[in-house]
Structures are given as structure tokens and as C-alpha cells.
Design a protein around this ligand. Structure first.
Ligand SMILES: Cc1cc2nc3c(=O)[nH]c(=O)nc-3n(C[C@H](O)[C@H](O)[C@H](O)COP(=O)(O)OP(=O)(O)OC[C@H]3O[C@@H](n4cnc5c(N)ncnc54)[C@H](O)[C@@H]3O)c2cc1C
Length: 476
């Protein structure tokens, strides 16, 4: 039986949250369901419901009395997904996937479609979404929207910004289609999974292009100025900053010339790597590998975490489609903290980070990942204006633990960036206590109003979202 929410109850976390240890040996078919990283129990396996059609989902929600949370590929931090009480439902929507419709400039996909399927289908049609991919594409489309998932490039923004319309099934079982010009659309574009079940997303698409990506390594001395220049002078760019070595590995992409594109086509549309390679980063790569090996103690020295660094060895320019160039991540369990800083302030913040690094010499486990995106129209987007994201990664050790120094670095660097007004990526790891959400997001109250209108009983709430909106979780 549902009861009303208690407004204004003290619900801020008293202590700083930790980064949970992994349970690599956890039984995937056991009584508990974990997130993808296997570092959080998100609920009982028996709580999972798997509707096979939208009408089935509607009937399920209309009849539901407990709390409900949607799961996609479960790649976000566990708190985004978890539900703890008996009677709660975790919705596995994997049947609601695939291409549903196309027009000349749009394509509609089921909300649970993995991004890699979206990309493959669109590539087959000679199209791509009007938003660059991130480093991996195992996420679902709806999961990407709920967390503001993004790639790189100032001429576009998050994947949700490519949405032309979004269809949701609400807590009472009714369906709602929202077009881009609807006043609530900016809330639904990045909904944190608290507004409704996204069952379909219509993406704006554009012709699929071929890109040539120039790769280089430069001194970090000029990074403060270079960062904005790389982003403004190129269609897309991305950089990895090795502070200990004072070096930056830079990728800048432009549309390929007709000759380069033709060479790519002749090669069977496979990534073309130029023969000329550079070894200037190899020493930095070796140093990073040594730190990672000592921190993770992973037996497999060629394991996935190490391959995310060894690929920077002997780099060369490449030509390929946007996924071949940028969507090359190796999905491996990690703690990933990513904080957005307005591009206009990025140079100043880079200088502060450089000074902080020189003074404190923190233990870095992986280079700092830098990528900028254009303004998002989503109210809760960490990139409300052109924004540079600073990403920090610590990989898990074989036994599921994390290096203490790596964790200390993550905590310290997040404090530095939060103090600069940084906004964290919703799907990654962050310390809630560092942020004043209404101050960071002018439309925070507006989002809460849309949520109250769409889900008045807060069916889609969990402990994390209740804390965010400063409410106690309803007892059901
Ligand atoms: C290895 C790795 C690499 C990553 N790379 C990037 C990157 O390059 N760029 C980037 O921006 N982020 C990146 N991320 C973050 C990732 O994109 C987000 O965590 C994303 O939310 C994961 O999608 P998912 O399908 O796994 O969603 P889940 O983790 O399953 O869910 C995330 C949220 O979406 C909600 N949700 C899921 N389905 C629905 C639905 N149908 N309707 C409404 N709400 C729903 C859930 O309730 C939850 O709140 C990465 C994460 C990992 C682990």
C-alpha cells in the first residue's frame, strides 16, 4: 500500500560514500541482481519483470503498487538502478528494442535498443544520429538519455539532444508522446529514470560521414589554450592528459577528403591506419602501465584495462566512420568520474589542476580524459553551454578491490572540480555531498514539477533520486 512522500525530511548523506568493491565471483543467476560492474546489488532477481510488449508494460504499471525502476544495460553506478524493498519491480525492457520507423531525417527506435544496434542500423541506411557516440555503444538508448550520455564535438551535444520525440509509458500505464517543442521536453531528454518508461525515441539523423583523425602528442604546458582551440577548429576532438609526464595525446577529426574516403571504401569500409607511426608517447604509456599493473595486480598483463593504454603506443592517423574513429572503448569495470566545466572556464581550470598536480603530486592511475561538447537543451544536462568534460578512471584489481591511492586521487580531484562549479555525469560516480543541485541547475525546481505532474506518487523513485530531491523515500 502506497503512502505519501514526506517532504523536507533530512535525507542528505551523512558520510561520504565510498566506491564499492566488485564481486567478480558473484553468481549472475543467483538471487541478487547486480549492475554491470558487479559492484552493487540493484535488487532481488525475483523483482525483475520482463514485459514483452508495450501494452503488457502498460498493464503491469497500471496494476503495480510498489516502486518501479527501469534497467537498461546496467552500466551506470548502482545507485541509479537499485531498489531494495519487497514488492518493488525492476523492469527489464529488452523486448522493447529495434527500429520502429524512419522518415527522411529521423529514425525511431525502441527505448531498450542498444546503441550499437542503433548505430549499425543507421550505418546500413547511410545515416548517423545528430550526436557523436561515446567510447562504447553497449548502453541502451533510453539509459543513455536518462544519464546525459555524450561523445565529443562542439557542433553537437549529448545523445538526448539528437532526440526529436520521446514516447513514455507513465506510472499509471498511460502512454505519452512528447515532441521537441513541448515545454516538458527538456526534462524528458535527461530524465534520470524518474519520469516514465521510455519505450521509443525518434532520433534526428544526418548523412553518415567519413572522418580523418589526426593523432599527435604535445607538451601539456599549452593545454589551457590548446583545449578550446582543438575543439573549435575541428569537428570533433578528444585528448588524454598524462600529468606526470606533462604530455597530452590529442585526436582531432575533420571530414575526410574524397581521396581518403575512397581509400576507406576500397578497403571494405574498415578503419584505415596510416603507415607512419609515432612513438613519442611510448614512455608515458609504459609508465602508466607500470602504475596500473601495480595498482590492479591483474594476472592477465594483456587484459582489457591495459589495452585501453597500450593502444596509444605507436599511434598513427586514421580514416573511418565516426564509430571506427571514436567508439573504440574497451568496456571494463572501473570507477569513472567525469565532471563538466564550461568551456569558457576550462583554460583557467586546467591551470588550477596543473598547479594542484605540481603541488600535491597525486597518484594517477590513468591519463585524464578531455572531451568537449556543445550546449544541451536538457534541463539537467551537465553541459548547459559548451562544456569540457574532465574524466578520471581507476580500474578494479583482480580481487574486486581498488587501489587506495587511486581512490584518494579520485576524491581529491573531484573536490577540486566541484569547487570550480563542475557538474558531474549522472551515470558515473560522484560524491553527492559536494554538489548543491538547485544552485547548479536553474531548472531544478522545474524538473521536479514535471516529475510531480508525470509521476505524482513517485513510483519511479529510489533512495538515490529521493536524496537528490531532498525527500524521504515513500514507504510502500
Ligand atoms: C565502460 C563504460 C564506458 C562509458 N562511456 C561513456 C561515454 O563515452 N560517454 C558517456 O557520456 N557515458 C559513458 N558511460 C556512462 C553510460 O553511458 C551511462 O551509465 C548509461 O546510462 C548506461 O546506459 P545503460 O543502458 O547501461 O543504462 P542503465 O545503467 O541500465 O540505466 C541508467 C539509468 O537509465 C534509466 N533507464 C534505463 N532504461 C530506461 C527506460 N527505458 N526508460 C527510462 N529510464 C530508463 C535507469 O533507471 C537508470 O536511472 C560509460 C559507462 C561505462 C561503464
Amino acid at each position: 500500500m502506497a503512502t505519501e512522500l514526506v517532504d523536507g525530511a533530512p535525507s542528505r548523506p551523512a558520510a561520504r560514500p565510498g566506491y564499492p568493491a566488485r564481486r567478480p565471483e558473484a553468481d549472475q543467476d543467483g538471487p541478487e541482481m547486480l549492475n554491470w560492474a558487479q559492484n552493487s546489488v540493484i535488487g532481488r532477481a525475483s523483482a525483475v519483470a520482463t514485459p514483452t510488449t508495450e501494452p503488457e508494460l502498460q498493464a503491469l504499471l497500471a496494476a503495480s503498487t510498489g516502486r518501479v525502476r527501469m534497467i537498461g544495460s546496467r552500466m551506470s553506478a548502482g545507485r541509479m538502478l537499485e531498489l531494495a524493498s519487497a514488492g518493488d519491480t525492476l523492469l527489464d525492457l529488452s523486448h522493447l528494442r529495434g527500429l520502429l520507423a524512419t522518415t527522411e531525417g529521423t529514425a525511431t527506435f525502441g527505448g531498450a535498443t542498444p546503441l550499437q544496434e542503433v548505430y549499425a542500423v543507421l550505418t546500413g541506411m547511410g545515416r548517423m544520429p545528430s550526436a557523436a557516440p561515446g567510447v562504447i555503444a553497449e548502453q541502451t538508448l533510453a539509459g543513455a538519455l536518462a544519464t546525459g550520455t555524450h561523445g565529443q564535438g562542439l557542433q553537437q551535444s549529448s545523445i538526448g539532444d539528437a532526440a526529436a520525440s520521446i514516447r513514455m509509458v507513465l506510472a499509471d500505464g498511460t502512454a505519452l508522446d512528447l515532441e521537441r517543442d513541448h515545454p516538458w521536453f527538456p526534462a524528458v531528454q535527461l530524465g534520470l529514470g524518474v519520469l516514465g518508461v521510455v519505450t521509443a525515441v525518434t532520433l534526428r539523423t544526418e548523412p553518415s560521414l567519413v572522418y580523418t583523425c589526426a593523432k599527435s602528442a604535445v607538451s601539456a604546458a599549452g593545454l589551457a589554450d590548446d583545449l578550446a582551440r582543438w575543439s573549435t577548429e575541428n569537428v570533433m576532438s578528444k585528448a588524454w592528459w598524462f600529468p606526470d609526464e606533462d604530455q597530452v595525446h590529442v585526436w582531432t577529426a575533420r571530414e575526410a577528403t574524397p581521396d581518403e574516403a575512397e581509400e576507406w571504401r576500397r578497403g571494405g569500409r574498415q578503419l584505415v591506419a596510416r603507415a607512419e607511426t609515432s612513438d613519442v608517447l611510448n614512455a608515458a604509456v609504459d609508465q602508466t602501465l607500470a602504475t596500473m599493473r601495480s595498482d590492479t595486480r591483474l594476472a592477465d598483463q594483456d587484459g582489457k584495462p591495459f589495452r585501453t593504454v597500450t593502444r596509444f603506443r605507436d599511434f598513427s592517423d586514421v580514416t573511418g566512420d565516426v564509430y571506427q574513429v571514436f567508439c573504440r572503448g574497451i568496456a571494463t569495470p572501473q570507477i569513472n568520474v567525469e565532471i563538466g566545466i564550461p568551456l569558457a572556464r576550462a583554460a583557467e581550470v586546467v591551470q588550477k589542476l596543473r598547479a594542484w598536480h605540481a603541488e600535491t603530486r597525486p597518484h594517477l592511475h590513468y591519463p585524464v580524459i578531455l572531451r568537449c561538447t556543445g550546449a544541451s537543451s536538457a534541463w539537467l544536462s551537465p553541459s548547459p553551454e559548451a562544456t569540457c568534460f574532465f574524466g578520471f578512471v581507476v580500474y578494479y584489481a583482480e580481487d574486486g578491490s581498488l587501489s587506495e591511492e587511486g581512490v584518494a586521487f579520485l576524491r581529491a580531484v573531484e573536490e577540486v572540480l566541484a569547487a570550480e562549479g563542475g557538474r558531474p555525469h549522472w551515470g558515473k560516480y560522484f560524491d553527492e555531498a559536494l554538489y548543491d543541485w538547485p544552485a547548479l541547475y536553474p531548472q531544478w525546481a522545474g524538473f521536479a514539477e514535471v516529475r510531480d505532474a508525470l509521476d505524482p506518487r513517485h513510483t519511479f523513485d529510489n533512495a538515490f533520486t529521493a536524496r537528490l530531491f531532498d525527500r524521504a523515500l515513500a514507504v510502500r
